[in-house]
Design a protein around this ligand. Structure first.
Ligand code: SIN
Ligand code: FE2
Length: 225
């Protein structure tokens, strides 16, 4: 995969919250942030995501505890993750439409595989992609991704749009998390001994992105089955 650095038109060299454009940051024994890894694809990814979202619209899921999630969510893949008062599960149909979830766009599979390989997980074949949309103020509380069958495969998380502060914690909810800024095009890979770390997203700050406006889209690719 080719790597390009792209200088946003609005880059202010003196602000402290600007993207670091390339490079790998280790955030755990088997976890990395690949800065800008998705940038070469981000423009071709957006039309593919629009097609997915037309078939499987964003919705605000309710947790088993009865809270409505502030991030809107949809999925693509042979199974999709959903939450309701009955619990969390992966299912082959979108409960919203009764139809199978749309396929994962090919370029997204390729990107996730390449990122997983760089992160130390060759042979990753994702079968589920959760798509979260955050508007300013939306957040995601600390949680573990543990509804997948085989935890040997990593989670590959792609950030698009406005920035987020990602919390990457330990194995107890109460462990103090690292706070990591994620920008458009950044990819996080966590797996192996880090696979069940708690993680979340702090309330998104007001901002606007040239391609996506006032929103952040996060894609997490997993092998669920
Ligand atoms: C998630 O944990 O499913 C989403 C993480 C993120 O939005 O960065
Ligand atoms: Fe998660």
């Amino acid at each position: 995969m080719r790597h390009e650095t792209e200088t946003p038109a609005t880059l202010d060299l003196f602000a402290d919250d600007q993207p670091q454009l390339t490079g790998t940051e280790r955030i755990g024994p088997q976890s990395v942030i690949l800065r800008g890894f998705a940038l070469p694809l981000s423009e071709s990814l957006l039309p593919a995501l629009r097609t997915v979202v037309r078939q499987a619209p964003f919705r605000h899921l309710v947790t088993p505890g009865g809270f409505t999630m502030s991030a809107a969510m949809t999925c693509c893949g042979s199974v999709g993750w959903t939450s309701s008062r009955q619990g969390y599960r992966y299912s082959p149909q979108d409960p919203h439409t009764g139809s199978p979830w749309p396929q994962i766009p090919e370029e997204l599979v390729t990107l996730a595989q390449a990122a997983a390989e760089v992160g130390g997980f060759p042979g990753f074949v994702p079968d589920a992609c959760l798509i979260n949309r955050y508007v300013p103020g939306a957040k995601m509380s600390l949680h573990q991704d543990k509804d997948e069958t085989d935890h040997r495969w990593p989670v590959v998380s792609i950030s698009l749009g406005i920035a987020a502060i990602f919390e990457f914690g330990g194995f107890e909810r109460s462990d103090r998390p690292q706070r990591l800024s994620l920008f458009h095009g950044d990819v996080v890979v966590w797996g192996g001994v880090d696979r069940l770390r708690f993680h979340g997203v702090q309330p998104i700050r007001q901002a606007s992105h040239p391609l996506l406006g006032e929103q952040r889209i996060n894609l997490t690719l997993r092998k669920a089955l």
